[in-house]
Design a protein around this ligand. Structure first.
Ligand code: NIG
Ligand code: FE
Length: 431
């Protein structure tokens, strides 16, 4: 009889969306659930799932290397955070008081602060400093139950620093249990040296940065901050089309503050995802729906910016049949938190999403937003054994009991990396 690496028993409740593609609209609420379950894992992948008693019989006689008792706890797919600005220098706590006194986010940027202040700190930082700061954030994410993230550059705005950020992400991908998917976001802001010359900076991105990043295979996606006073729809289109020519799939920070038409552009160029979307129009959402663009909704950002307006997640699900994904948008300005569980709470309270929809948005749909829906995002035979074990009796408990960490354990590709709320991996273990 063949061998089995791992047999996870005692799963009180197993909950997962099902499928190899994003679930749209009302289908987001349709999750598969079994009690008293078990999961068999071999070479990092799920090979069997079912009621424990039935699986025990089925696997009779197979030699099992390791058994893990989930002690009656709930298990879901590992959470996926598909939009982070993980690698950056410094922090911007001084901006909180400014924002509280009423200075708008885009005004802080226009005055040379905001993103541009993190650009200064990221340019100054050594690669080691950036690595250590980002690694600490990844550990926080892992403890929260996150097993894969997307990480953007965009605090360099010059080739050298953009490469430095992307190399840090590449090194962390090799060393940390969390899997990282990289996005080049040279078009995050216009650097001071190109102030008033945005078109020239767009040319620099297209001619000097994109070819090098693509040749060094440092990113899979290209992203643009399409916003009033930052990059126009036309400039965003030029950058994303150029990215495509170099094999980079498109993402777009769209219609966050002003309804510029970023959502329409996402539909037109068949971007994989469009993010934020607080101000997106019905036409924009319809264009996205037609092209199957994933709206990545970031309720932590609207919360932290003190906005009363939120992305229309209910409308996206009920009226546009869109496959909504959720993310932290972890960054030092508009959303300084690694906590996906805070996002789960905000998605419930501010976006009115159901616990089942939230699970789908944080797993399968998040996987699709980073092009990984065939290998992660659900507990199914053939997918990676990326699992989160919860100190919570059911899904509804997660947004209900807020402000604490409910994660008990994390399994990454069949390896226990968090148990009893403690990190058990060492960086030296590598992948
Ligand atoms: O997604 N909107 C633009 N970019 C980030 C914020 C980055 C920052 O403030 O440092 C975002 O919210
Ligand atoms: Fe962002």
């Amino acid at each position: 009889m063949s061998q089995l690496d791992l047999f996870i028993t005692g799963i009180g409740r197993l909950v997962t969306p099902i499928g190899q593609q994003a679930r749209r609209g009302r289908d987001m609420g349709d999750v598969f659930e079994i009690t008293d379950a078990a999961i068999a894992v071999h070479e990092g992948r799920i090979v069997a799932i079912g009621k424990e008693v039935e699986l025990q019989q089925k696997l009779e006689g197979r030699s099992i290397n390791r058994t893990l008792d989930a002690a009656g706890k709930m298990v879901t797919p590992g959470l996926i955070d598909p939009h982070t600005h993980l690698v950056h220098g410094g922090s911007r706590e001084h901006e909180l008081a400014l924002k509280r006194s009423g200075v708008p986010y885009l005004d802080i940027l226009a005055q040379g602060g905001g993103i541009l202040s993190t650009v200064r700190k990221t340019r100054e930082a050594s690669e080691e400093q950036l690595y250590n700061q980002a690694k600490q954030s990844l550990d926080e994410m892992l403890l929260q139950g996150v097993t894969t993230i997307e990480a953007k550059s965009g605090y360099g705005l010059d080739l050298e620093t953009e490469l430095k950020q992307l190399r840090v992400a590449q090194r962390l991908q090799a060393a940390h249990p969390i899997d990282l998917v990289s996005t080049f976001m040279g078009a995050h802001a216009v650097p001071v040296e190109y102030a008033g010359r945005t078109d020239e900076f767009v040319q620099v991105i297209i001619e000097n940065m994109l070819p090098v990043i693509a040749a060094e295979k440092l990113a899979e996606f290209c992203d643009v901050f399409c916003e009033h006073g930052v990059f126009s729809v036309e400039q965003s289109r030029r950058i994303l089309e150029a990215g495509k020519r170099y094999g980079l799939k498109s993402k777009i920070h769209a219609d966050e503050i002003v309804a510029l038409g970023g959502a329409e552009l996402a539909g037109e160029i068949q971007a994989i995802s469009a993010e934020h979307l607080l101000a997106a129009t019905d036409q924009g959402l319809a264009a996205m729906s037609k092209s199957g663009v994933i709206p990545v909704v970031l309720p932590g950002t609207s919360f932290n910016l003190g906005l009363t307006k939120h992305a229309r997640a209910r409308d996206m699900i009920d009226n546009f049949a869109l496959p909504v994904a959720l993310s932290t948008d972890y960054n030092p300005g508009s959303c300084p938190t690694e906590s996906i569980q805070l996002i789960i709470m905000l998605a419930s309270l501010n976006l009115n999403m159901s616990p089942e929809e939230i699970l789908t948005a944080c797993t399968l749909n998040a996987a699709a937003a980073i092009g990984r829906e065939s290998s992660i995002g659900s507990i199914e035979i053939g997918k990676h054994a990326d699992l989160t074990v919860w100190n919570a009796p059911n899904l509804a408990y997660l947004p209900y009991h807020f402000g604490i960490n409910h994660t008990f354990g994390v399994i990454k590709r069949g390896r226990t990396v968090v148990w009893d709320r403690q990190l058990v991996h060492r960086v030296e273990d590598a992948k």
